[in-house]
Write a protein that binds this ligand. Structure first.
Ligand code: IPD
Ligand code: CA
Ligand code: CA
Ligand code: CA
Length: 259
């Protein structure tokens, strides 16, 4: 099954690559920061048609078309284009993310980094891979020597869930913070030890389903802001190499209670 997921993620990525920096239609979702292009939809249609054909009993949750319940124990969670703003502005950092749950547990995760042509894949209890090569989280145990990555929701102007305060706190404490614009790619970089940690306050299941499994299979931790198990339907996500996790939780608590 993982091979089939990889194949369809690559095919969807090819659609995106062909559309990149071409003329395309852009629509607004909730506000003028929240875009959807015709390529988000094209990529999503390809993946959904594939699942319906190959696995007609499986259910689907996809960003642009919502949930299709076929009342099977399998659920495909699809982000057809993670990094739409980058894509729409010609920045070559975007991905296709597909996670598959069986009985509420993520068992497969695939992220295709389209412009670098890299497939990140993980199967529950079988490790995490980048283009077939095993990957592992970093071994850095010092937050002040860590490079972290984060992202902001489309309503960031409202400062949801103290997003500004959390960002400032980590800016002061870590070596550096990056904001790439694709949560799925952010998480791949944690899984392969480039970034030491990642957090975000308002994610959706399609942003993180694959990335969560990738990080866990690469030896890292993915929890809520208190260190408790994170459900992909929760909004808050804290991920790290495990070694700086407690320090990051402590900082989340500080923001929560003292600022
Ligand atoms: C967004 C990206 C971004 C993150 C946002 C997501 P989209 O997904 O992953 O990095 O900060 O929270 O909504 O809309 O480009 O699929
Ligand atoms: Ca997304
Ligand atoms: Ca998307
Ligand atoms: Ca979106």
């Amino acid at each position: 099954m993982i091979d089939k997921i990889i194949t369809i993620a690559k095919e969807a990525g090819e659609i995106l690559r062909n559309g990149f920096r071409q003329d395309f239609q852009i629509e607004y979702k909730t506000n003028s920061s929240n875009l959807v292009t015709e390529y988000d939809k094209k990529s999503e249609k390809l993946i959904i048609d594939f699942v319906n054909k190959e696995f007609p009993t499986h259910s689907i949750l996809a960003e642009e078309s919502g949930r299709q319940d076929n009342s099977n124990e399998y659920l495909w969670i699809i982000d057809p284009l993670d990094g739409t703003t980058n894509f729409a502005h010609g920045l070559p950092i975007f991905s296709v993310s597909i996670g598959v749950m069986k009985s509420r547990e993520i068992i497969y995760g695939v992220v295709y980094d389209v412009m670098r042509d890299l497939i990140y894949s993980a199967e529950k209890r079988s490790g995490a891979f980048c283009n077939g090569k095993k990957i592992h989280v970093s071994s850095n145990d010092n937050l002040s020597k860590s490079v972290l990555v984060t992202g902001f929701p489309y309503n960031i102007a409202e400062n949801p869930d103290k997003a500004f305060e959390r960002f400032i706190a980590f800016l002061k404490e870590a070596r550096a913070i990056r904001r790439l614009g694709s949560a799925a790619i952010d998480m791949c970089y944690v899984a392969e030890g480039v970034f030491d940690g990642f957090w975000e306050v308002a994610l959706n299941p399609w942003d993180v389903a694959a990335g969560k499994l990738l990080i866990e299979e690469a030896g890292g931790f993915v929890t809520d802001f208190n260190g408790f198990p994170m459900n992909i339907f929760d909004k808050r996500l804290l991920a790290s190499n495990g070694k700086i996790h407690q320090h990051m939780i402590k900082m989340m608590n500080k923001v929560e209670f003292f600022e």
